[in-house]
Design a protein around this ligand. Sequence first.
Ligand SMILES: C[S@@+](CC[C@H](N)C(=O)[O-])C[C@H]1O[C@@H](n2cnc3c(N)ncnc32)[C@H](O)[C@@H]1O
Length: 242
Amino acid sequence: MFTSRGPTPRELAVQALSSTERGYDLLAPKFDRSPFRTPDRFLSATAEALRPLGPFDAGLDVCCGTGAGVSALLPLCRERVTGVDFSAGMLAVAAAVPAGRAEGPAVDWVRADARALPFTERHDLAVSFGAFGHFLPAERPALFAGVHRALRPGGLFAFPIGAPQPVRSPWHWAMLGFDGVMRVRNALWRPPFVMYYRTFGLAAVRDDLADAGFAVRLLPLEEFGRRPDGSPNWRLVVARKT
Ligand SMILES: C[S@@+](CC[C@H](N)C(=O)[O-])C[C@H]1O[C@@H](n2cnc3c(N)ncnc32)[C@H](O)[C@@H]1O
């Protein structure tokens, strides 16, 4: 939730009128006190679902921001965890957190665009949290190809995905409204700030992952409950590099 120590409405407006990268540079000092950081319960649910699929040596958090996913990877990985993001401001905040990991895996932070990831067969687990709204559907093939290239054969790419909101839910209309405002903003204003809530549907994402060379399965994240039709509110997409 928004708090008095988080970003002000004016700061959010300035950020939203910047490019995506610059917007996050500006938001970085207050990001961890904003509702945009992935809540710990998503990180721990993901880590618990991945633990039996390990052990893992080297982990990668794609669009790591201030390091939420890196913290989830630390107990899962034995050798190294890498956070990659294109915002220098977010990486600076991430790197400033006291390590306190003398005996854990090494941590490194890499500044790069996730649409052109600079890794080749270095990782056996990649995760991403809260960032896919920043990629247009046409950009997903480059994103997924880069993750695929970064993984060793048999490596996993995992991320939580929520079920679509029912039409009668206020969230459905709030997201629809937000995306509409962003489309108008991006039609009228340069540089664009790419952030849409409704562009990352499971069926299309599965197809794109398969096209990139992944075998996909879905694990229910039971702690987030189920919908009236019995389907999970949240699932973990687990895509294996084939
Ligand atoms: C909402 S934040 C999520 C941060 C973190 N994963 C979390 O869950 O708290 C989205 C992050 O994606 C990064 N991002 C957006 N587009 C990117 C791109 N093309 N390449 C690299 N990072 C990107 C932003 O800089 C930002 O740090």
